[in-house]
Design a protein around this ligand. Structure first.
Ligand code: TMP
Length: 229
């Protein structure tokens, strides 16, 4: 197997997906990973919170609807605890090998959910990021933007179907106003970092959205090598 020599000084490429509940980001991430693999790139996947065994335990605590007394700062630190583990176990080693890492959510989620929607502020989130992850930031972030009401309805239907997942979560259960603040948080990041953070319309069918995602991702692949066939 030839390893991808990487887009930045011998390192791989780090792509993250973001979006509000029911935006279709996880589906779009899956479609992107399939396409990258079909094009012979080596791709490593992560999910936040929960990409590692330790992260999955932390995810259960975070999303358990019974933990309704969790303070915003506890929530923030648990998000970063999961992410620090994923960084050392999954993300950093893969990037060092020149591979592509695709993560379902990362620090932009914490900026939007805890920083903006829970009012902790971006500064505090970035301080925690510095402690947990140092200079590890994505090269490219795809944020799928959809109408909030339609997205929440979609997320609720999904949670009902996945009966075992105990109402997928405490965070899904927040008010529409909370999710509006999350969306506002994403809009702020898009203004601050338009080069890295790409807001993409989630309107239309899966193939149409996937086409938009690919248009953003494909230029970033120019310097990566594919596996020998
Ligand atoms: P998911 O449903 O996309 O897997 O995300 C789990 C929930 O956790 C979702 O409601 C968003 C929330 N979340 C945060 O509040 N802060 C974070 O840093 C992350 C990664 C997720």
């Amino acid at each position: 197997m030839t390893e991808n020599p990487g887009a930045r000084g011998g390192r791989g490429l780090f792509i993250t997906f973001e979006g509000t509940e029911g935006s279709g980001k996880s589906t779009q991430m899956r479609l992107l990973v399939e396409r990258l693999r079909a094009e012979a790139f080596v791709v490593v996947e992560n999910q936040e919170p929960g990409g590692t065994a330790i992260g999955r335990e932390i995810r259960r605590v975070l999303l358990n609807p019974q933990n309704d007394e969790m303070s915003p700062i506890t929530e923030l630190l648990l998000m970063f605890a999961s992410r620090a583990q994923a960084a050392s176990e999954i993300i950093e080693p893969a990037l060092a090998r020149g591979l592509i890492v695709v993560s379902d959510r990362f620090t932009d989620s914490t900026l939007a959910y805890q920083g903006e929607a829970r009012s902790l502020g971006f500064e505090k989130v970035l301080e925690a990021h510095d402690l947990a992850l140092g200079s590890l930031f994505p090269d490219l972030t795809i944020c799928i933007d959809v109408d909030l009401k339609a997205g929440l309805e979609r997320a609720r239907r999904r949670n009902l179907i996945q009966a075992g997942s105990s109402v997928e979560d405490r965070l899904d259960l927040q008010s529409l106003e909370f999710h509006e603040r999350v969306r506002r948080g994403y809009a702020k990041i898009a203004k601050m970092e338009p080069e890295r953070f790409r807001l993409i319309s989630g309107e239309g069918n899966q193939a149409q959205v996937a086409f938009r995602v690919w248009a953003e991702v494909s230029p970033a692949l120019a310097h990566l090598e594919r596996m020998a066939q």
